[in-house]
Design a binder for this molecule. Structure first.
Ligand SMILES: NC(=O)c1ccc[n+]([C@@H]2O[C@H](COP(=O)([O-])OP(=O)(O)OC[C@H]3O[C@@H](n4cnc5c(N)ncnc54)[C@H](O)[C@@H]3O)[C@@H](O)[C@H]2O)c1
Ligand SMILES: [Zn+2]
Ligand SMILES: [Zn+2]
Length: 341
């Protein structure tokens, strides 16, 4: 079957890979939609690992239920793409995101587990979740990034009336901003280097205001706006400029949530964090319950994720979609891939 795999720096190839075989354990899923994630972009930019078939945010239909006696062929499902061991203390506490095994065999993020940029995938049966009939495939493919935003907002411990700054208006920033409001923030600002994306956050009513991250007067403008800084800053970019901006714009005693994945070391003046007695809070993925909550929130129409979907492309246009998402000027935030298109 046809699959899109990493070939080199910013380069994909379409190649033939063998179909997963039913083994009585894993669930074989026919992919209907898969999302392109900001983390996937890091792999594509680095061109490594070669041969990786990405796509860890997916919706699909059961072809073989494996050892899941409650599933039948044709059921609509998604799954947590991760591979927690299920036995360690973190797993027993429901904090699967901390398990040392979680990323080693993740679907779409490891060479031995191809993701949704192909027609059929094999997924660990205990990670598969059946989805309600009233959710479309496009919405199902958005559950995973939405859950990242929910986790970040939870870890920001946002209180009613808080001022919250979100840095970066990719899907992770937009999802975090959406939940910051839901958790009671009275003012949510977003900063972006890409004007079209920043403006879109406001147009979608996810943020109250957008500020240009490259404005040299940004810090003073936002300090004036918030009377000395934000209660919570959620950093959703993953570079030094964004991390330092977060530390500059949070108020003394505030919380900085680091969600962005920095692939290089980030130099920073830690004295600023010391003087402000900041809480620097990392946020990785989501818990199992947060992932399920996002399915419920979409199903109960509490969150509209379709507003974030800009385009749906076939496998042949994945390369072009990545170029569009990294242009720095295009307003597109989330592009889904339909392997059957
Ligand atoms: N911690 C986790 O569990 C987790 C999960 C998914 C993604 N991520 C990471 O979160 C980050 C965001 O993911 P995404 O899918 O939204 O990515 P994305 O690339 O779509 O969005 C990042 C945005 O940041 C903007 N930006 C760049 N520099 C900036 C700056 N200095 N100030 C403000 N904005 C700036 C870019 O224009 C872009 O719109 C990535 O690093 C990704 O790897 C983390
Ligand atoms: Zn993702
Ligand atoms: Zn474990």
């Amino acid at each position: 079957m046809k699959a899109v795999a990493i070939k080199g720096v910013k380069q994909f190839e379409i190649k033939d890979i063998s179909e997963p075989k039913a083994d009585g354990e894993k669930v074989i899923i026919e992919v209907s939609k898969t999302g392109i994630c900001g983390s996937d972009i890091h792999y594509w930019v680095n061109g490594e690992p070669k041969g990786l078939v990405m796509g860890h945010e997916f919706a699909g239909v059961v072809v073989d239920p494996g050892d899941r006696l409650d599933l039948v062929k044709g059921d609509r499902v998604t799954a947590l793409p991760i591979s927690p061991c299920g036995k360690c203390e973190a797993c027993r506490n429901g904090d699967v995101q901390f398990c040392p095994e979680t990323w080693s065999h993740a679907v779409g993020l490891s060479l031995d587990n191809p993701g949704g940029l192909t027609s059929k995938i094999a997924v660990r049966s205990d990670m598969v979740i059946k989805v309600p009939d009233n959710i479309q495939d496009e919405e199902v493919a958005m559950v995973e990034p939405l859950a990242v935003g929910l986790h970040a907002a939870h870890l920001g411990r946002i209180a009613v009336g808080d001022d919250v700054l979100v840095i970066g208006a990719g899907i992770i920033g937009l999802a975090s901003a959406e939940f910051a409001k839901k958790e009671g923030a009275s003012y949510v600002a977003i900063t972006e280097t890409n004007k079209a994306r920043g403006q879109k956050a406001v147009d979608l009513k996810v943020a109250d205001e957008y500020y240009d991250a490259t404005d040299k007067d940004l810090v003073s403008k936002l300090m004036a706006k918030t009377n000395g800084g934000f209660d919570v800053v959620i950093e959703c970019v993953g570079n030094g400029a964004a991390v330092n901006s977060a530390i500059s714009m949070v108020k003394p005693g505030g919380i900085v949530v680091l969600v962005g994945v920095a692939t290089d070391a980030v130099p920073t003046y830690t004295v600023m964090a010391v003087m402000k007695e900041l809480v620097v809070q990392g946020a990785i993925a989501y818990t199992y319950n947060e992932f399920k909550s996002c399915i419920d929130l979409i199903s109960r129409k509490q969150v509209d994720v379709l507003k974030f979907v800009d385009d749906i492309v076939p496998l042949e246009r994945v390369q072009e979609a990545y170029e569009r998402l990294t242009s720095g000027t295009d307003a597109a935030v989330k592009i889904l891939v339909d392997p059957k298109k």
